[in-house]
Design a protein around this ligand. Structure first.
Ligand SMILES: NC(=O)C1=CN([C@@H]2O[C@H](COP(=O)(O)OP(=O)(O)OC[C@H]3O[C@@H](n4cnc5c(N)ncnc54)[C@H](O)[C@@H]3O)[C@@H](O)[C@H]2O)[C@@H](O)CC1
Ligand SMILES: Nc1ncnc2c1ncn2[C@@H]1O[C@H](COP(=O)(O)OP(=O)(O)O)[C@@H](O)[C@H]1O
Ligand SMILES: [K+]
Length: 535
């Protein structure tokens, strides 16, 4: 599991070390130079003679970049450092100059009036040189960044981005891709997408959160000897493949189908029967003890034809999945959804306030409270407050509608610009655990925030969400008693579903298109592969 914290935690952890004179910048620069050298060897054959451009900002992030530039120049790389702010780290400039780094001082705020035409030309020259380099090091700003990139830095990044399509420039970002919201993952202006991020001491939350996460697909942590104390809930987590085994409900030798967990599904309609087929199929394929299906006759016939192990009709279950492919104004479906939501229990928060525990967990196996996954059409049927083992699985448009219906009018694009913030708002307003789908899926529940970026973009295809809902139903049914006792587990299981869903999409056809049915068919093998990994 990767844990990322807010930037103030990193600063607090670094403070005492810096006060004691620990050379953190030298350590960071040394490790950045080592990793850039690895990349240069892979891309240019050798460090000596390889071309590197370091984009340097005003603060210590720029200092890291300049010291790394000096180390690379001493190993024979041809390094240009472009100073793109009105000042630069003095020690770093001296080290770079002494090592033979070519320093390009962009005309910053202090110079434009003297040299009216040069700024633009200099910016274009730096961008051109960057696009021709073997590696560009982004050391414009790190955790000290506030708001969108400004000034020359912003203009050079825009210029590079304009030429980047079709160029194979490899960008190494020091600490973060400069200009992302380091704590909230927003992308308020131009940012250079990184191929590799070298996080100094520990990753900040913004690296894992959408939309910034897509600009930081590979994050490596540089060990600077900085110990970040337990951040409590001020943390963003990402499950990794090695976490699957500890969380997955693997059957015991003595289990029967009921002990393993029954999932009941209310999905599919006369108009959208396929949603029922995909959702029920995913619950079967991910290993439910038994799957029940309740829906209109045509959908039921199709579900049973595709998955004869599904049991038609209502009945006891350890988890419910409601909503995929339901039609609005279908009174039968609405009644079933409300009944399922009723089984999750609404008075749970009062119980928690009175006792300090969420539930006994007993209900999950004796017909009492059970987890419920609420997707698509059922999102409009929520009670005022939900228990945290109710998991809502909206995409951005559905979350916008949900928030708007609760008196927080917001557009889909606003949700997409700040997914974690809006998911947290929905969790506060409803009490439920929120799984907000997207290229990076964000889960907000008790115990904090998780962000998973495991899926190829090919997964953005009709029906993929129905598969995810069925898969999550199986996980919640398999661990229903634990989930009701410990709602932090609910959020982890939701993130686990997103991880396995994304991996199955990849495994089904690496690098190429996948259908929702192909993801479903791949689930058993992907689960087996992940369970075989060492924890
Ligand atoms: N605290 C430390 O001594 C260490 C810090 N390290 C590095 O130092 C970084 C933090 O350094 P700083 O606190 O100096 O801050 P940064 O270097 O991250 O950024 C602050 C500087 O960037 C400018 N800036 C802020 N927002 C900007 C924007 N939107 N557009 C353009 N310029 C902007 C500010 O004017 C300021 O000069 C870390 O991210 C890490 O890379 C590492 O060297 C390890 C040790
Ligand atoms: N760009 C993307 N990259 C990777 N996965 C994506 C991307 N966009 C969406 N997804 C995933 O694809 C699935 C789409 O689900 P959803 O929108 O509910 O589709 P449907 O309602 O048709 O089933 C979700 O799991 C989502 O996280
Ligand atoms: K940076």
């Amino acid at each position: 599991m990767i844990e990322a914290v807010t930037s103030d935690r990193i600063r607090a952890a670094e403070g005492p070390l810096l006060a004691a004179g620990t050379p953190l910048m030298e350590r960071a620069a040394h490790q950045v130079a080592l990793r850039v050298a690895d990349v240069l060897r892979a891309r240019a054959g050798a460090v000596a003679g390889a071309r590197v451009v370091v984009l340097v900002g005003a603060g210590n992030n720029g200092g890291d970049g300049l010291h790394a530039a000096a180390l690379l120049a001493r190993r024979g790389a041809r390094v240009t450092a472009a100073l793109l702010a009105e000042r630069a780290h003095a020690g770093g400039v001296a080290a770079a100059r002494a090592a033979g780094v070519r320093l390009v001082a962009s005309p910053g705020k202090d110079r434009p009036s003297a040299l009216p035409d040069v700024p633009r030309a200099a910016q274009v020259a730096v961008a051109r040189e960057s696009l021709a380099a073997h590696v560009v090091v982004d050391a414009l700003c790190g955790i000290g960044a506030r708001g969108a990139l400004r000034g020359s830095a912003a203009r050079v990044v825009r210029e590079i981005n304009r030429g980047r399509d079709g160029s194979d420039t490899f960008v190494v970002a020091v600490d973060v891709p400069s200009g992302i919201g380091v704590d909230d993952g927003v992308v308020p202006g131009p940012v250079l997408a990184a191929d590799l991020v070298l996080a100094c001491g520990g990753p900040v939350a913004g690296l894992l959160l959408p939309p910034a996460a897509r600009l930081a697909p590979v994050v490596e942590v540089l060990d600077l000897g900085v110990d970040v104390p337990d951040p409590g809930e001020q943390v963003v987590r990402r499950l990794e493949d090695a976490d699957v085994r500890a969380l997955w409900p693997v059957p015991h030798a003595t289990d029967d189908k009921y002990a393993r967990g029954v999932v009941a599904i209310v999905a599919g309609s006369r108009t959208y029967p396929g949603a029922g087929v995909l959702c029920a199929g995913a619950a079967v394929a991910s290993g439910a003890g038994m799957v029940r299906y309740v829906g209109p006759r045509r959908a039921e016939d199709l579900v049973l034809a595709a998955h004869p192990e599904v049991v038609p009709g209502d009945g006891r279950a350890q988890a419910w999945v409601v909503g995929p492919g339901l039609e609005p104004d279908d009174e039968d479906a609405e009644r079933l959804v409300r009944a399922a939501l009723g089984r999750a229990g609404a008075g749970s928060e009062a119980h928690f306030a009175a006792t300090g525990v969420w539930g006994s967990g007993a209900g999950a196996t004796d017909g009492g409270v059970v987890p419920v996954v609420v997707d698509a059409g059922a999102l409009a049927l929520l009670p005022t407050r939900c228990a945290p083992w109710v998991v809502l699985t909206p995409h951005a448009g559905e979350l916008a509608r949900l928030l708007t219906s609760r008196g927080r009018p917001v557009s889909r694009s606003a949700v997409e610009a700040a997914p974690a913030e809006h998911a947290a708002e929905a969790a506060r307003l409803t009490g439920a655990t929120i799984l907000l789908k997207g290229a990076t899926t964000v889960v907000v529940g008790r115990g904090g925030v998780l962000a998973q970026a495991d899926a190829p973009a090919w997964l953005a295809t009709a029906g993929a969400g129905d598969v995810l809902a069925g898969l999550l139903g199986t996980l919640l049914a398999g661990r229903a008693a634990d989930a009701v006792r410990d709602p932090a587990l609910v959020a982890r299981l939701a993130a686990l579903a997103a991880l396995v869903h994304g991996r199955a999409a990849h495994d089904a056809n690496p690098g190429g298109p996948v259908s929702a049915s192909a993801v479903l068919a791949q689930l058993p093998r992907t689960v087996a592969r992940l369970l075989a990994l060492p924890a």
